[in-house]
Design a protein around this ligand. Structure first.
Ligand code: ATP
Ligand code: NCN
Length: 208
């Protein structure tokens, strides 16, 4: 069995925060690989006017994932899925020999109850939530956390996630990284048009 983490995102663009927490999650969860699922279109961001083309977002994710166990993928595009629940069901069916865990930042947990079938997602695979500066209070007080709290596992047992009965949630606290794609876009709205995009966005690129 391979131990695979799934980390979905818009990656508009991918940044050092994604890479940093991914590398730490790989260690904390003893993952063989962490697959970045570059979203063809986050269902909650349909109205976004600053979403770069898929190819540019995927390319930025591939660059940021280099030389690591992170795999930047266009899996959702190939599966034709946009809702996470659909993606996870198809991946489970396609890779019966893999163990999967869903990894997301605390800002995603804060609005997780707005995702289609969020309780079903939690019954499909364990969830690891990574602390994120500015969001942890909102995440703790969220509707989803109200339901998931009773299924929380101690971070000290994170490596045993393949044995957990579902639903299961673990909160991971790494070195905080304030980088955000919102901050990068504010500093450089045309990031996807540069021939050699910035691999290392400015340190001031914080959540806007
Ligand atoms: N600095 C960070 N610390 C912890 N988690 C993060 C961080 N940046 C992004 N994430 C997580 O990475 C995943 C993908 O995020 P996304 O591609 O939307 O980046 P973002 O920086 O949050 O973008 P935006 O500012 O446009 O919302 C989400 O689960 C998000 O919570
Ligand atoms: O399935 C849903 O209803 C749903 C709603 C909002 C976001 N998501 C997923 O959440 C992940 C993070 O998205 P983002 O835009 O915050 O990086 C990405 O994989 C999205 O497809 C999924």
């Amino acid at each position: 069995m391979s131990r695979i983490g799934l980390f979905g995102g818009s990656f508009n663009p991918a940044h050092r925060g994604h890479r940093g927490i991914s590398l730490q999650a790989i260690r904390a969860l003893e993952l063989d690989e962490l697959w970045w699922l570059v979203s063809p279109g986050n269902p909650l961001k349909d109205a976004a006017t600053d979403m770069a083309p898929f190819a540019a977002r995927l390319a930025s994710a591939e660059r940021m994932a280099r030389h690591s166990r992170i795999r930047a993928t266009d899996i959702e595009r190939r599966l034709g899925t946009r809702y996470t629940l659909d993606t996870l069901r198809k991946l489970r069916a396609r890779f019966p020999d893999h163990d999967f865990i869903w990894v997301m930042g605390a800002d995603n947990l804060a609005q997780f109850h707005r995702w289609r079938g969020w309780r079903e997602i939690a019954r499909t695979m364990p969830i690891a939530v990574v602390a994120r500066p500015g969001y942890d209070r909102r995440a703790r007080a969220s509707v989803a956390m109200g339901w998931l709290r009773r299924h929380a596992r101690p971070a000290g047992q994170a490596k045993r996630w393949t044995n957990w009965s579902l639903p299961a949630l673990v909160l991971l606290r790494f070195r905080p990284d304030p980088t955000s794609a919102t901050g990068i876009r504010a500093a450089d709205p045309a990031w996807h048009r540069h021939p050699t995009p910035n691999h290392h966005p400015p340190r001031t690129a914080m959540k806007g």
